[in-house]
Design a protein around this ligand. Structure first.
Ligand SMILES: [Zn+2]
Length: 307
């Protein structure tokens, strides 16, 4: 077992990031693992904290662990910064002299993503909105995409979501600019952490390291039974124009046809305030779970099965 050594990275404002390095001493890839980019997404945070404490059975290469990428958001149990209101997953590559959240992005981009051979960014869904358990990555035909897709499959979530482009300001966008294969993970029931989910994250990371020949073996994962391709597309999503209570009549990963009712927003007087229908056929990949909604809240998004 290779033990971790810790290092403290400091931003210009003096915020400390606790990083852990594990070095097998044998040539091989450098893998950077991030969690807590959104401070309230706990599965990856706990998995990486356990690896930092227990070590990893590395036989080659090096691993960089950052369990809590956004300490202020994590301390406040928030998705975004309680200091400047920014979403760390939208400000990469950041700015060393920028807002506090931009400073964090710059430190992570410069010290942890730069120089890595693979980036893995562990997220979960938010407590108010579900996403399935999946690994996702860019697949635009550029070099490195084949490896990223293979690592998504190796993670063993059962669902792989590939994208023709990365969104602006993501960790994976910075990796793309640096030519580093990158993937991210999402899972349902944000804010809830079961032993099974924690095990899924830990074992998935070990399967990626095994695929890279950095550990000898890893527990068997799920075979991929669903492959999605596309971007989170506003034409295939709906937000509510009205406040009320969202009553969903479908579940995550349901196939829906154009025009099918996904749910209704009910007014406090019991009347239908908004009937939420699918604008196109697809697979429900994002679904609001919290009933109380305000105008603008996303109710669902649809994904497309990979041809
Ligand atoms: Zn997230």
């Amino acid at each position: 077992m290779i033990a971790a050594s810790s290092e403290q990275l400091r931003t210009a404002d003096g915020v400390v990031l606790e990083v852990f390095h594990l070095d097998s001493g044998v040539p091989g890839p450098t893998v950077t693992l991030l969690a807590g980019i959104h401070g309230n997404e706990v599965a990856g945070i706990v998995a990486l904290a356990q690896f930092a404490r227990e070590g990893l059975p590395l036989i080659a290469g090096r691993v960089r662990l950052l369990p809590v990428a956004h300490p202020a958001a994590h301390a406040a149990n928030l998705r975004v910064s309680p200091v400047d209101g920014l979403n760390l997953a939208r400000v990469f590559p950041g700015a060393a002299d920028g807002q506090p959240t931009e400073q964090l992005a710059a430190a992570i981009a410069d010290r942890l993503i730069t120089g890595a051979d693979v980036l893995i960014d562990l997220h979960t869904s938010s407590p108010d909105t579900d996403m399935p358990f999946f690994a996702g990555c860019l697949d635009d035909g550029s070099p490195g995409c084949d490896l990223a897709v293979a690592l998504c499959e190796a993670f063993g979530a059962g669902t792989v979501w590939t994208h023709p482009a990365n969104g602006i300001g993501r960790t994976v966008s910075t990796a793309q600019e640096l030519g580093i294969p990158a993937l991210y993970v999402e899972s349902p029931r944000g804010g809830v952490l079961t032993a099974e989910t924690l095990g899924d994250y830990r074992d998935g990371v070990l399967r990626i390291l095994a695929h890279l020949d950095m550990v000898d073996d890893a527990p068997e994962g799920r075979a991929t039974t669903l492959r999605l391709h596309g971007n989170g597309d506003v034409d295939r999503a709906a937000s509510t124009p009205r406040a009320g209570f969202f009553v969903t009549q479908r579940t995550l990963l349901d196939d829906v046809a154009a025009g099918e009712v996904i749910g209704r927003v009910i007014d406090s007087d019991g009347s239908d305030a908004f009937v939420c229908t699918a604008p196109a056929g697809g697979v429900i990949t994002v679904l609001r779970t919290q009933a109380i909604v305000s105008p603008g809240d996303v109710l669902f998004e649809l994904g497309t099965r990979r041809a």
